[in-house]
Design a protein around this ligand. Sequence first.
Ligand code: ATP
Ligand code: MG
Length: 361
Amino acid sequence: MSKIILTGDRPTGRLHVGHYVGSLRRRVELQNSGEFDKIFIMIADAQALTDNADNPEKIRQNVIEVALDYLSVGLDPAKSNLFIQSQISELTELTFFYMNLVTVSRLQRNPTVKAEIQMRNFEASIPVGFFTYPISQASDITAFKATTVPVGEDQLPMLEQTKEIVRKFNSVYGETLVEPEILLPDNEACLRLPGTDGKAKMSKSLGNCIYLSDTEEDVRAKVMSMYTDPDHIKITDPGKLEGNTVFTYLDAFSKPEHFAEFLLEYNNLDELKEHYQRGGLGDVKVKKFLNNVLQDELAPIRARRAEFEKDIPEVYNILKKGSDVAREAAAETLAEVKRAMKINYFEDRALIEEQSKKYSR
Ligand code: ATP
Ligand code: MG
């Protein structure tokens, strides 16, 4: 069986370091591993509109931002199809058919959707499109027969929903769709990177992000004002690591070689943590180290972005080409789905003959 990747992001803002450690970094590794037959990376504008219906301009503006972020982290259009969700109408058709296989109460149980409804104050007025986006996401994944979906932890319930739809579809209509596997980051800190404010998740919607496209100075300012241990007041006080965002980021980003380069007094992160917990290590010193680590990772990304920004029409062209390839793949699956559901009337000779016979009696 072919190995196929599908993943994507909502164009609700520029991408941030949470996206990077949660999904982008891994995508680039997988892309360059050469182990995959096809890679589809989707800018989920239609999904973004489900909770931004009154602000289409925001989505329109951010499509190009996300595309630039993709290219800047090293996604390569020669190896990965970068495409725009709304341009593939086959995806909405699949969604319409899958809707019949999912109950309202099943959607209501989705913990990520529940949390997002709360975050958006949607309790009394959830748009139907938003409520059903897990079904639309199942269409995105299955349309490309994806086997592997590299995403952050918040996507686990979506993958579960997708698998259920695949099983249900295959059992009702016959073996057609492929069950995908989620690929979560292997580093605990990357599963759900907290915001700079210490809140549970760095999220475009919460305004607690370090963006991949932030300037060197922006990143430094954000790091220096980051949430740490509120009880670590004097340098000599023992410090806590739990809930200490600066250390979570170091878990996510620092490599042993960063110590040799920026903080020679320690051999590794464990030694630094140990000193912090013992007392005698100030937040500013740790933050300065984190800043160096982040700048080291972000500088090449920033430089690549600057190159792609010089030719925006070419970036749209990349998306158009990717969308053409994606449409072809999705159309093939949709045809199989319609065949399995027996709604392929005009190519179904048996049906036409059967009906003719019935009426020629
Ligand atoms: P929105 O607030 O509009 O939903 P978002 O910041 O949650 O935006 P998405 O586009 O929903 O971003 O998510 C894109 C991908 O990035 C998903 O795979 C998601 O799991 C991952 N991701 C998002 N935020 C984080 C985070 N803080 N840590 C790790 N992974 C993340
Ligand atoms: Mg999200």
